[in-house]
Design a protein around this ligand. Structure first.
Ligand code: ZN
Length: 468
């Protein structure tokens, strides 16, 4: 059931100033590059200087450490140093605008145009909204004389979009080395989604409690070349294509457990219409029905199975020559508990063709273990969401992508992924695509949410407190 929240005084936010501070940050193109591609260090330096200029109290009061030259780790020591800290994560970097898609943007990606009730720009949602909302909240708390009991950490990586190896990985390692304990981690991930679930009118605050894993398989066929005037019955392209078809026809089985089961049973189930409530409340009976329903939406289906996505296919150079080699890459997103090498074995079994070599491309990453949803840290987060978004149903879910927060899971079992913003159904798709934007009205919600989260987490007795 959803927590009942007593009304709290609305946090005053300087919405005009916030909008201008945020827009200035969107105009600095902190684009992340793959390691070795050479990053735009000037943009990150400019962004850092911009933050220092516009959040003077944060920079005056909190300790700031640069990690790998560009990631920012702020620390606000609490009055009770033995208490485990609160960690808020966001990232400075943004994905590039796809070459050739610039003209498809309704407003240029780095001009932070305000139009039609939205702020448009690359990074507006992912993740400068989170970063500025957190800074705004902390700046306001300092101005109002707040002194935390619990140490507050703000960690803003610079390479989340390319794996976090220099940012979040190193920051998490510092926590371990220094013995800094953590009660709660909140990072980007879910949001407030409208119209997502059948039988439910209310907006749903989806909070990521686990992340799917990642593995790519390389499929190769060799030594089939020749002249196209006398082709064999099956060419390298034909052999490889039929293997891909087999994989798409034999998708991995659906599994209804963990975060996804909790999403229905504990999150939205009790809040749904009568008919759906009966179904979600009796999953022992209705599981096949619910799975069939989920299978109709690619997004929902990805929550209940390891997905199969052929992403690269290479073969042939000349129209009258049979290619000697054909190669394909298939990307799998792993459900929690499924291992990369086991999935690869299953791929070989499904294909069952000795002419095809199947190997792992790079290294597999297993899904993160699920965070606790019976914890006081979870309850504190859920209550804070309901304070700021009283209509929202808070529900745990399995995040389909990856975030920096996975590196903190070994340090804390209360790692949650949520951005305090209401999104339209296509909002998440815009995050890495064209016309990324957020509603102007959402900025104030963001600043309020983090402020209340910091205050609530500071006051609450959290799960890990006693063990200190
Ligand atoms: Zn992000």
């Amino acid at each position: 059931m959803q927590p009942e929240i007593a009304p709290v005084a609305v946090v005053e936010v300087d919405s005009g100033g916030l909008l201008e501070r945020f827009r200035g940050g969107l105009k600095i193109p902190t684009v992340s590059r793959q390691p070795g591609e050479g990053m735009d260090t000037e943009a990150f330096q400019a962004f850092r200087a911009y933050l220092a200029q516009h959040y003077p109290r944060v920079h005056d009061r909190l300790e700031l450490e640069l990690i790998s030259r560009h990631s920012l780790l702020f620390r606000w020591p609490g009055g009770e140093p033995s208490l485990p800290g609160t960690v808020l994560l966001a990232h400075q970097d943004v994905v590039p605008v796809d070459t050739g898609s610039e003209g498809d943007w309704d407003h240029p990606p780095y001009e932070a145009v305000v139009a039609d009730g939205y702020i448009w720009g690359r990074g507006s949602l992912d993740d400068k909204f989170g970063l500025f909302s957190i800074l705004e909240a902390v700046e306001g708390l300092i101005a109002d004389g707040f002194h935390p009991r619990r140490t507050l950490y703000l960690a803003f990586g610079h390479d989340e979009e390319v794996g976090g190896g220099d940012g979040a990985v190193q920051i998490a390692r510092l926590f371990a080395e220094r013995g800094w304990t953590i009660a709660l981690v909140v990072d980007e991930g879910g949001a407030i989604a409208d119209g997502m679930v059948p039988g439910l009118d209310a907006p749903v605050a989806i909070v990521g409690v686990a992340e799917k894993g990642y593995m790519s398989a390389l499929l190769e066929v060799d030594g089939m070349g020749g002249h196209s005037s006398a082709p064999p019955n099956q060419s390298a392209i034909g052999i490889l294509a039929s293997a891909i078809v087999k994989l798409e026809d034999n998708r991995f089985p659906m599994r209804f457990d963990g975060a996804t089961r909790a999403f229905f049973e504990r999150g939205i189930g009790p809040e749904s219409s009568f008919g759906m409530r009966v179904i979600y409340g009796n999953l022992w009976l209705f599981e096949p029905l619910v799975l069939a329903m989920l299978d109709r939406s690619p997004m929902m289906a990805a929550m209940v199975r390891t997905t199969t996505a052929p992403t690269i296919f290479h073969a042939g150079l000349k129209e009258n020559v049979l290619p000697a080699r054909a190669q394909a890459t298939v990307n799998f997103r792993l459900l929690p508990g499924e291992k990369g090498d086991e999935v690869l074995e299953e791929v070989r079994r499904i294909i069952s063709d000795e002419r095809i070599t199947v190997s792992m491309a790079g290294r597999a990453r297993e899904a993160s273990p699920s965070s606790r949803i019976d914890s006081r840290a979870w309850a504190t987060l859920a209550e804070t969401i309901r304070e700021v978004f009283p209509e929202a149903i808070v529900a745990p879910y399995l995040l389909l992508g990856g975030t920096d927060s996975r590196y903190f899971r070994d340090l804390c079992d209360c790692v949650y992924r949520f951005l305090p913003i209401e999104l339209e159904p296509d909002g998440l798709r815009r995050a890495h695509g064209t016309n990324e934007r957020i509603p102007v009205a959402g900025l104030v919600d963001g600043a309020r949410f983090y402020r209340r989260l910091i205050e609530n987490a500071d006051q609450a007795t959290l799960d890990s407190d006693e063990s200190q």
